[in-house]
Design a protein around this ligand. Sequence first.
Ligand code: SF4
Ligand code: SF4
Length: 420
Amino acid sequence: MLTDMCNLRCPYCFASEFVGKKASEITMEDFKKALEFIADGKEKIDKFGLIGGEPLLHSRFAEILELLLADDRIQTVSIYTNGLLMHRYMDLLKNQKVHLLINYNPPEILGEENEKKLYQNLKQLYEVKKEDALHAIRLGINIYKPDFSYEYIIPVLQEFGFDNIRFSITVPNSSIASLQDAHAYYQSIKESFLKFYKRILSMGVLPMFDCNKIPVCLFSVEELEPIFYAFLKYPEIVMNERHFLLSEWSRCSPVIDIQTNLKAVRCFGLSKESEVSISDFKGLEELETYYDKRFDQKAFEIPYQVRCEKCSAREWKQCMGSCLSYRVKENEIACQKQKEDVWQRESLYERYLKCYLKDRTFRGITDEILNIEIFHAFVEKLQKETYSRTEIEPIYEKVVTYKKAMKQAKEDNKKHRMES
Ligand code: SF4
Ligand code: SF4
């Protein structure tokens, strides 16, 4: 975290308890310490992230970025920005090592002038990045209330030809979130979330979860079915369970933020409970292990809701039940066991299981990538209703072919790593 200053005041910002309070920024000396802590003696850092507040507000931002660009260990520098100050640093931002996630806020947050500025900056960035632009720039939006707006971003995605968008389901920090029921919150935004999700997919743009993926058990088969078919157009994302709505994956691996005072947090949402000084750890790996034991593993061990008790997604450490911000109470991971009848519907898992037991035909194909029960529920429905087996076979063929290619690529990679 370069600075806690920001030039916007977004209503959803879960770093708001840091942002703008002390107007502090990291010193060059401390930045170098943080860099070595993250490098942890390694020869290669795949991705080095710069966040804020608004990171481009740091008074020595150019110097920091130059330092990272000259560091051969770092493969990619990812900058998380609201985009309003990018025009100041175009010469540096055009470097191939720089990737940007631009939080493309709606007009009601930006105001007219900033809205124009953001668009112009994006246009300029797109031009300087040239053929690298679509790979190095990603737009992000935030889902922070049931009636959140997203139509404003559609013409922007279309004009520049982005084929994906990152979206974040925002959460309050743990002192507020821990008093709430995460599943009730997910239910409250589900309808508008699904509208947004389908709208984006229908444009041929892939919606990618940031973190805080809504557990798949909160959707009905009827809700998921159209998304399943839409996704068949994009086998590459079907294989990436982190971003695939139908997968059981709903967890976050230690995301660690190092603040301007060299204190780390497991995530801003857990700032109070997880703050530690990096000087107490040898390096990033030791800190990750500490957070993993203290928060992540407990989140799997302790079921969040009654429904999670016997859920294989929890047992296989695929689903934490909810974002950890909702789960930390008095410094410990807590459960929020609600009666199942809160949702007044048959347990999806029972339904999936029934389908699964009837037909195992496609198991080998989807083991690692899909919520297998949901997949079989669709298979069941497909076979019983509209489609014949011959009609659906090509769909599975497509999945199998892609999966084989992925497996081969993984093996080649492993072999290559071992050889080198
Ligand atoms: S705890 Fe995990 S899911 Fe929740 S906001 Fe932080 S990184 Fe995202
Ligand atoms: S662990 Fe809980 S929230 Fe996650 S999929 Fe299973 S039942 Fe749903």
